[in-house]
Design a protein around this ligand. Structure first.
Ligand code: DX5
Ligand code: ZN
Length: 219
């Protein structure tokens, strides 16, 4: 079963509540929340206060993608703000094992993200503790970038590794440049959570955009 997670990074922040409701009614499975600090990535988005305002408005699980340095300092705050999943970047964590366990101690599902330049081996030692691996299919920082083909083999490698360990429930998420054109190949490689920012929020009919991505994913 493939899940679609629209990213509110591409929503209109002046009417965020309405934009969230539209994708919820349009069949989204998760809501992807992109947090950027202007240090780990060259862009600043928003923090926990915005998430706290959204959380009571939606039943969608909040899928928090922390593109920030020192993520360990913010886990408690995002857990309290209503996160269902918190994903940190392997590149941002000196003590990755400690951070993963900190997320789980807060009763939140734990994910680790890999930039396009980071090999799958970077998560090998914590893989069995994870609920989700996020394979970035663009360099994080901005919505609307072009999908990097070279990342597809890492999706396959992660799925094969998870299968060989009997981790059949591991979610493999992809993020960046996902649209009806790219959904098919990432799902064929083993992804089962598709983040889509501009492909959903850039469309005038968001429900139709979600439907079209799901259709190409499940074909
Ligand atoms: C990129 C963010 C993405 C972004 C994806 O740094 O992590 O979640 O919103 O946007 P699209 O789908 O437009 O590439
Ligand atoms: Zn993201």
């Amino acid at each position: 079963m493939v899940w679609i997670a629209p990213s509110i990074l591409s929503a209109d922040f002046s009417k965020l509540g309405a934009d969230v409701a539209e994708v919820e009614q349009g069949g989204a499975d998760w809501l992807h929340v992109d947090v950027m600090d202007g240090h780990f990535v060259p862009n600043i988005s928003f923090g926990a206060p915005i998430m706290r305002s959204i959380a009571p408005l939606t039943k969608l699980p909040l899928d928090v993608h922390l593109m920030i340095e020192n993520p360990e300092d913010y886990i408690a705050e995002f857990a309290k703000a209503g996160a269902s999943v918190i994903t940190v970047h392997a590149e941002a964590c000196v003590h990755l094992h400690r951070v993963v366990h900190l997320i789980k101690e807060h009763g939140v599902q734990a994910g680790v993200a890999l930039n396009p330049g980071t090999p799958v081996s970077a998560i090998r030692e914590v893989l069995e503790d994870l609920d989700l691996v996020l394979i970035m299919t663009v360099n994080p920082g901005f919505g609307g970038q072009a999908f990097i083909e070279r990342t597809v083999h890492k999706i396959r490698e992660t799925r094969e590794l998870a299968d060989s360990l009997g981790m059949h429930d591991l979610r493999i998420e992809v993020d960046g440049g996902i649209s009806a054109d790219t959904a098919g190949k990432v799902v064929a490689a083993g992804a089962d959570v598709l983040v889509a920012g501009s492909a959903v929020y850039g469309a005038s009919d968001r429900a139709e955009a979600i439907r079209v991505i799901r259709e190409s994913a499940e074909r």
